[in-house]
Design a binder for this molecule. Structure first.
Ligand SMILES: NC(=O)c1ccc[n+]([C@@H]2O[C@H](COP(=O)([O-])OP(=O)(O)OC[C@H]3O[C@@H](n4cnc5c(N)ncnc54)[C@H](O)[C@@H]3O)[C@@H](O)[C@H]2O)c1
Ligand SMILES: O=C(O)C(=O)C[C@]1(C(=O)O)C=C[C@@H](O)C=C1
Length: 370
């Protein structure tokens, strides 16, 4: 008999989980989404095995229930779940970016003798929706679980076994610590990214050309401002206390920076940048082990290409013939003259070098490693 796994919310995370969990043939994934079109697309793409007619029907057949909805919706669904007739041995979990309010909401389920174990895969994207779902999203990323102190170890192990096909690195963390740490490395940076975009929007009336100058630096720093506003509204509301602490620290830091600008001491300014560079350059990267660190390291090759149709497929064919896999390909949009800069990312320095040699043999484009 198959293990029934019900996923609520078939967007980026729920959809990717469906694909990853279905690597295990013994798992039957039941999907439910408030948008029928989304559930239908998930079924057609093989993300789920069946579509449930209602949230309650989806839940009552389940051996595992995964909430992959925006965090305030997850709290509401968990409250609703207390009125459903769930299997006694069911394990409930979620994927939410915040943990404390969700763990609190699970207390009603626990009172009924059910097991809820908080979950949060520390990987994602600014893209949302089922169309962005991909099977390998969780590979080598930390997948955090936040069981209560008294939660049966056996149940935690059962959930770990279910999640094994995601190839994520499962770690157990206290829910409160989780919210404190994710405020630092995820939630507050999202506020900053959106506020930087807001600053640009506010000033473009006086400087209409300024948005055309928003090149690599601004784009790198603000990519995450393109994320889903519903998801981030909910995260912000749920982690407000930690965010206020981060904001206070940031304002203090900005005060120091203001002083630094007023003092205008070259040595102090140099140290400011040098210290940040040293710390960031030393952050764990994928190249230093199997687990995704804070910085996902790729190896980029910049190629000056003439702007004519078919050029990209010409290049990707050369790489495919050499069986070199690439992880990303993009055109840097800062130059609009005859040449454009194509940036191809590889997983290893070795792949990049093989690509450089192959392209040197077959083309005359100049290449740079920056
Ligand atoms: N996006 C990320 O980078 C990321 C990373 C890790 C964790 N998360 C967390 O995972 C969860 C899902 O995020 P996502 O990026 O997949 O969002 P998403 O917007 O891609 O998907 C959410 C899905 O939930 C559905 N939904 C909304 N309300 C519903 C309801 N009442 N019943 C059933 N379905 C409903 C939506 O239709 C949508 O398909 C959130 O809690 C988020 O905090 C997101
Ligand atoms: O890569 C991105 O775009 C993300 O925002 C992913 C990200 C993050 O902040 O790192 C976003 C929210 C999650 O809960 C986990 C991961």
């Amino acid at each position: 008999m198959k293990t029934n796994v019900t996923i609520f919310g078939l967007g980026l995370i729920g959809g990717s989980l469906g694909l990853a969990l279905k690597r295990n043939d013994a798992v039957h994934v039941i999907g439910f989404d408030r948008s029928y079109a989304t559930a239908d697309e998930a079924y057609r793409r093989g993300i789920i095995d069946s579509i449930a007619p209602s949230a309650q029907a989806a839940a009552e057949q389940a051996d595992f229930i995964i909430f992959a909805t925006p965090v305030n919706t997850t709290v509401a669904l968990m409250q609703e779940a207390t009125t459903w007739k769930l299997k006694k041995e069911v394990i409930l979990t979620d994927t939410g970016s915040t943990k404390m309010p969700i763990m609190e909401a699970s207390s009603l389920l626990n009172e009924q003798g059910l097991t809820f174990i908080g979950g949060h895969p520390m990987t994602g994207s600014h893209k949302s929706g089922v169309s962005a779902a991909k099977e390998h999203l969780f590979e080598n990323a930390y997948y955090i679980l936040t069981p209560f102190e008294g939660t049966d170890e056996g149940k935690v192990k059962q959930l770990q076994r279910l999640l094994a096909p995601t190839k994520g690195k499962i770690v157990v963390i206290d829910a409160h610590e989780h919210d404190r740490m994710t405020a630092i490395v995820s939630h507050f940076p999202h506020i900053i990214a959106s506020s930087l975009v807001g600053r640009l929007a506010d000033q473009q009336e006086e400087q209409p050309f300024v948005k055309h100058l928003a090149a690599g630096g601004f784009r790198d720093l603000t990519r995450i401002a393109s994320a889903d506003p519903t998801m981030w509204r909910d995260v912000t509301i749920q982690n407000r206390t930690e965010l206020l602490k981060q904001l206070d620290g940031w304002l203090e830091e900005m005060g120091h920076i203001r002083e630094m600008l007023l003092t205008n001491d070259p040595e102090e300014i140099f140290d400011f940048y040098a210290q940040a560079k040293a710390f960031r350059d030393a952050l764990p990267t994928t190249s230093q082990g199997a687990v995704q660190g804070a910085i996902y390291m790729t190896f980029d090759l910049h190629i000056d290409i003439p702007d004519h149709p078919g050029i990209i497929s010409e290049i990707t064919k050369i790489l495919a013939d050499e069986r070199i896999s690439l992880t990303n390909i993009r055109i840097v949009e800062t130059r609009t003259d005859v040449y454009g800069i194509l940036v191809i990312s590889f997983q290893t320095a070795d792949d990049r070098e093989r690509a450089r040699v192959a392209l040197m043999k077959e083309t005359e484009f100049s290449m740079h490693i920056i």
